[in-house]
Design a protein around this ligand. Structure first.
Ligand code: UDP
Length: 410
């Protein structure tokens, strides 16, 4: 059973991390927005980075008196199979867009449109799944924004061609990396995703708790621990991580922890988990953890216990797991894809890899050059503090709301 929800931190609680000036600035920016209303809509309440961010962004905007409501669209398995295929196709996979898939996509969106109310000053629709909800827009001053969290640098032409007319009805689009901007008739903004340093996922933990979690999962802290935390998704390349680990372990002692779980909008998880188990075989040094979505403290403990963190994605919107690892000062090895290079500056805040062999080499190198690895970890934490914390994200939202509401004269 999920534990009882933990009370959200308040703005002042962030002062000890980011300083008083940052908090004052947020209050200043929010002054003219008091009483305005915002609705955020996405496709899952748990699992994945978008839910993770909304969980914190929504109460913080509320504390600044910008009343923010979060709604999740609903759909059957057929809907989420189509949206997952769209997701993969927008990341560049081959796909045949059928009329049937389009009908499923549009009919669930239509059901959600009829069920939901949109009376807010600003409506923010996250990702492609609910993009057609723009059809609910009425004449009037309300502003609609499409917040895209995925890598659009090389989208499947048919799927993008199908979605684009919806996107161009919005007032603005937000992308997570410069390289994801498309040719669009609407303004595009760059928002880096962020983590909450005070959340259960990222706060500092007592070492006794970290030890307890490791004991529970059979992880030996006296040996190096290499960890990847990710949904069991092929684009996160968990099988590639297993292969890299097996290559590296020929030269250096280590254990591999693969911690993951599902998201309610991702039907492929169980199949991929099966592929991972097959690649691992009976290797006693690989610990696979299929965790429910309410294990933030356990994931935090696993990240804190790690000697190295790997995120060997083949495609990635941004990779919050990378941000989480860097914030914890962990030497991080990550695929040079999507938004990851914004976080991992090669040989400065972590290392970037392009292949199984490259990943294996870096595991071996960092485990045998611990002072260099520790310096990467320190630099990584500083980089996150400057750029990817929740307070920076709240600031960007407040500025965008000001711009949108001024142009909409709401
Ligand atoms: N996560 C989790 N449990 C899991 C796997 C992932 O809580 O079993 C979290 C992870 O810590 C991170 C988010 O889900 O906060 C994943 O975000 P990311 O941007 O890395 O990937 P996405 O899943 O959105 O593609």
């Amino acid at each position: 059973m999920p534990p009882a929800p933990v009370p959200s931190p308040h703005l002042d609680d962030y002062q000890s991390i980011v300083g008083a000036a940052v908090i004052d600035e947020l209050r200043f920016l929010a002054r003219d927005l008091k009483g305005k209303t915002v609705k955020m809509v996405n496709s899952t309440a748990v699992g994945g980075g978008v839910a993770e961010m909304l969980n914190r962004l929504v109460p913080l905007l509320g504390e600044l008196e910008v009343a923010t409501h979060w709604d999740v669209i609903t759909g059957g398995n057929d809907f989420f199979e189509v949206t997952k295929a769209f997701h993969n196709a927008l990341h560049g996979s081959a796909y045949e867009l059928t009329r049937h898939a389009q009908e499923i996509f549009l009919s669930y969106n239509e059901q959600n449109r009829q069920r939901m109310q949109f009376n807010e000053d600003v409506v923010v629709i996250h990702d492609p799944q609910p993009a057609p909800l723009i059809r609910a827009r009425q004449d009037g001053p309300s502003r609609w924004v499409w917040r895209c969290h995925i890598d659009l640098s090389n989208p499947h032409p048919q799927v993008w061609g199908f979605l684009r007319p919806f996107i161009e009805q919005y007032d603005a689009a937000i992308v997570s990396s410069q390289s994801f901007a498309r040719q669009l008739s609407i303004p595009q903004y760059l928002f880096y995703p962020c983590i909450d340093p005070l959340s259960e996922k990222n706060k500092e933990l007592e070492d006794s708790f970290v030890q307890k979690v490791c004991d529970e999962f059979g992880i030996d802290r006296s040996r190096p621990i290499v960890t990847q935390v990710s949904r069991f998704d092929r684009l996160k390349d968990p099988v590639g991580v297993v292969q890299a680990f097996k290559l590296a372990r020929k030269y250096v002692d280590c254990q591999l922890v693969l911690a993951g779980g599902g998201a309610s909008d991702d039907p492929e998880g169980a199949i991929v988990l099966g592929e991972v188990r097959e690649a691992v075989g009976s290797d006693p040094d690989v610990i696979i953890l299929d965790l429910p979505p309410w294990c933030a403290l356990e994931i935090n403990a696993l990240q804190q216990a790690s000697t190295l963190v790997v995120q060997k994605s083949l495609k990635e919107g941004f990779g919050l797991t990378v941000t989480e690892a860097l914030w914890k000062g962990k030497p991080t090895i990550a695929g040079a894809v999507g938004g990851i290079p914004n976080q991992v500056i090669h040989n400065l805040t972590g290392v970037l890899v392009h292949s199984v062999e490259g990943c294996a080499y870096q595991i071996r190198y960092l485990l045998t050059h611990l002072e260099f690895a520790a310096q990467l970890g320190r630099n990584g934490r500083e980089h996150v503090k400057e750029n990817f914390l929740m307070t920076t994200n709240v600031q960007r939202w407040l500025l965008l709301l000001q711009i949108l509401l001024r142009s909409g004269a709401a």
